[in-house]
Ligand binder design. Structure first.
Ligand code: SF4
Length: 282
């Protein structure tokens, strides 16, 4: 079994109240799983990183390093690192039990971030000017929470892939967020998206119920393996492709297809595909 992520302190624990750390392996593939299980997660690409809340602490993870804040002191920061690494290792070894979430946010540019700051240069964030803070935030070298005066979320656009329960992409919704408007607009937009996602999940569940019912109505129901083969067949896969995807020989695929034909009372791939479509198997 491979080793999960681990940290070593960056050259120093950077700045007061904030810790920087390096990761021993590239953890970009974990981002969709972290995105699924953490609070207030926001995942970005180009460059890839994820921001989320863990243990009442804001974290930003890049593929091979991260930042977290706030902390009282180095001991507090190191204790947190231990908990964070245990958490990342749990995700690393338990990925099969988590449905990944691919919702992405786009990065805000510096001018947009500056619009959200009072520009008083008060230095509460540890940076001498708001511009310096905005530049570092734009490069994800710090986190929004370090400025207690920041007024609104900094993302300007969110892309929401909508998947069914099997992880198949059904559609994509792009939400443009006008940062100059009231935060309530953002909240209501998020609620709208969540409502849509819930509806899709409900529809997906209904589809599965209809599929199960159709299978039960057969004189001899299809086995799970036959359902897998039928779904691929209905999507136009050849026997060789089905064999490759399911790690079975073309001869076994052929045998499954014969059983499927007999159980459905059809005698061609086209008829089997039509039956699969009509009964919500694809
Ligand atoms: S704490 Fe906020 S307002 Fe003050 S200097 Fe930093 S960014 Fe500007």
């Amino acid at each position: 079994m491979g080793r999960g992520p681990a940290t070593r302190p960056a050259d120093t624990l950077t700045a007061c109240m904030m810790a920087g750390f390096d990761l021993s392996m590239n953890i970009e593939s974990l981002f969709p799983y972290i995105n699924a299980v953490t609070k207030k997660a926001e995942m970005f690409e180009n460059p890839p990183y994820i921001r989320f809340e863990f243990d009442h602490t804001l974290c930003v993870l890049h593929p091979d390093k991260g930042f977290a804040s706030p902390f009282d002191d180095n001991v507090d920061a190191r204790d947190f690192m231990m908990r964070l690494m245990a958490f990342l290792n749990d995700i690393y070894y338990g990925k099969e039990r988590i449905t990944p979430k691919y919702k992405l946010f786009s990065q805000a540019d510096i001018t947009l971030i500056l619009k959200l700051l009072p520009r008083t240069n008060c230095n509460d964030c540890g940076f001498t000017t708001c511009m310096a803070f905005a530049a570092m935030l734009g490069r994800q070298q710090t986190i929004p929470a370090r400025c207690p005066h920041i007024s609104r979320p900094v993302q300007e656009k969110a892309v929401f892939p909508i998947m069914d329960k099997d992880g198949k992409l059904l559609s994509t919704l792009t939400l443009n967020v006008d940062n100059t408007k009231n935060i309530n607009d953002l909240d209501s937009a998020r609620q709208y998206i969540e409502t849509l996602q819930n509806k899709i999940e409900q529809l997906s569940g209904m589809k599965k119920d209809l599929r199960d019912e159709a299978n039960r109505q057969l004189q001899t129901p299809l086995s799970q393996r036959e359902i897998d083969v039928l779904q691929m067949l209905a999507l136009g896969s050849t026997n060789a492709e089905i064999g490759l995807l399911l790690y079975i020989s073309p001869h076994t695929v052929k045998s499954h297809i014969n059983h499927i034909f007999n159980k459905l009372g059809v005698n061609s791939r086209t008829q089997a595909s039509v039956w699969a479509t009509q009964h919500h198997f694809v």
